[in-house]
Every structure is written in structure tokens, then in C-alpha cells.
Design a protein around this ligand. Structure first.
Ligand code: 5GP
Length: 188
């Protein structure tokens, strides 16, 4: 494969790991067209506020919202999972929403749902603020690992139980700017 600038600063080992797309840029953009058409139909005439969950969802969020054909507001939640999130789902809120969401139709946009604990925590936190409605759009759904029963309204791709990087998703805050999704095998 021709080396792209995205891979230039990586070690030879990291390059090998991530240079093979699991989901290509074209596949991602095609799926976003389909998702955004569905979302545009569903939110016709509603008070849509799209909420991106940072940092992982930034790239998916930007591509998805620019393809959605209804007026909207945007806002962001910057969160991270604690180590103990594996069991409790408790997360750290680095930056909360700026908007008051009461009475608005919220579309939560997330990068990946693994155990579902993070999203479940965020969903419950936002529901307490009494939005008119709250739906969830997840780019990737790692269904085999689910612990919390959180309903996803829109899903980009269902994926197997693998660690994924690229297109906003990281390993140690690296690989986020890859324009495609790759499977990252952590060497032990
Ligand atoms: P949860 O297990 O609570 O559903 O997922 C928590 C968070 O872990 C996700 O929002 C995401 O940031 C991160 N995560 C889960 N699986 C993966 C993965 O395969 N790759 C990356 N980069 N992050 C993941």
C-alpha cells in the first residue's frame, strides 16, 4: 500500500498494524449518506440538537451533521471513562453541554458502543434534564461485548470484538486522524 502522510510519524510496527483498512473511507462515507437520509426524514419539523461525544466522535459527528438536511443546533459533551467504568459505567465529565436541552429533540452521536455503560450513563444524565426526545446514533456497535441494555436508534456498522482505531478513535490518543477504520492488535 502507498504510504499516506497519516502514517509517516508512526513506528514501522504501528504502520503495519494500522495501514490496512477494516472499513474504508468510501464505505464510511456511503453509510453516512444512508444514515443522514434516514435521520433527515425522522427529524423533519423537530427541534433537533445534535450532541457529539468527545473526543472519539468528532470526525463522525462532522461528516454526519453536514450531511443531515434539516436545521439543527450542535453541542458537545467531553467525557472519559474511569478505569472502574468497566463495572459502573461512571464517567468523568470534562466539559458539559452549553445548551439547555429541556424541550429539545436530542440526537446523541457516539463513536463506538462497547459495553454500553458509558452511553447508558450519559443517556440517564441527559434524560434528567427533560428533553422532548432523546435518540442515539452510534457509528460502531460492538454488540458481543454489551453489558448495559441501551437501545441504539441509528447504527453505522456492527463490528466484531476487536480494538478499533482511526476515524476519530484512538489508542493512547494516537491514530485519530486516520481517514479509515483499522483493527489495532495490542502487542502483549
Ligand atoms: P463502553 O464500554 O462504555 O460502551 O465504551 C466506552 C468507550 O470506550 C467508548 O466510548 C470508546 O471511547 C472506548 N472504546 C470502546 N471500544 C473501543 C475500541 O475498539 N477502540 C477505541 N479506540 N475505543 C474504544
Amino acid at each position: 500500500m502507498v504510504e499516506s502522510f497519516h502514517l509517516k510519524s508512526l513506528s514501522e510496527e504501528d504502520k503495519l498494524i494500522v495501514s490496512k483498512p477494516f472499513l474504508s473511507t468510501e464505505q464510511i462515507q456511503q453509510r453516512i449518506k444512508e444514515l443522514s437520509a434516514e435521520i433527515s426524514r425522522d427529524y423533519e419539523g423537530k427541534k433537533l440538537l445534535s450532541v457529539g461525544i468527545l473526543r472519539g466522535a468528532f470526525m463522525f459527528f462532522a461528516d454526519l451533521v453536514r450531511s443531515i438536511q434539516v436545521p439543527m443546533e450542535v453541542d458537545f459533551l467531553n467525557v472519559s471513562s474511569y478505569v472502574k467504568a468497566e463495572t459502573s459505567g461512571e464517567i468523568k465529565i470534562h466539559t458539559d453541554l452549553r445548551e439547555n436541552i429541556r424541550g429539545k429533540d436530542i440526537l446523541l452521536i457516539e463513536d463506538i458502543v462497547d459495553t454500553g455503560l458509558t452511553l447508558n450513563y450519559i443517556k440517564n444524565m441527559l434524560l434528567e434534564r427533560q428533553p422532548a426526545s432523546l435518540r442515539i446514533c452510534a457509528f460502531l456497535d460492538k454488540k458481543p461485548r454489551r453489558k448495559a441494555d441501551v437501545a441504539l436508534d441509528y447504527v453505522g456498522f456492527e463490528i466484531p470484538d476487536e480494538y478499533i482505531v482511526g476515524y476519530g478513535l484512538d489508542y493512547d490518543n494516537k491514530f485519530r486522524n486516520l481517514p479509515y477504520i483499522a483493527i489495532f492488535k495490542k502487542s502483549l
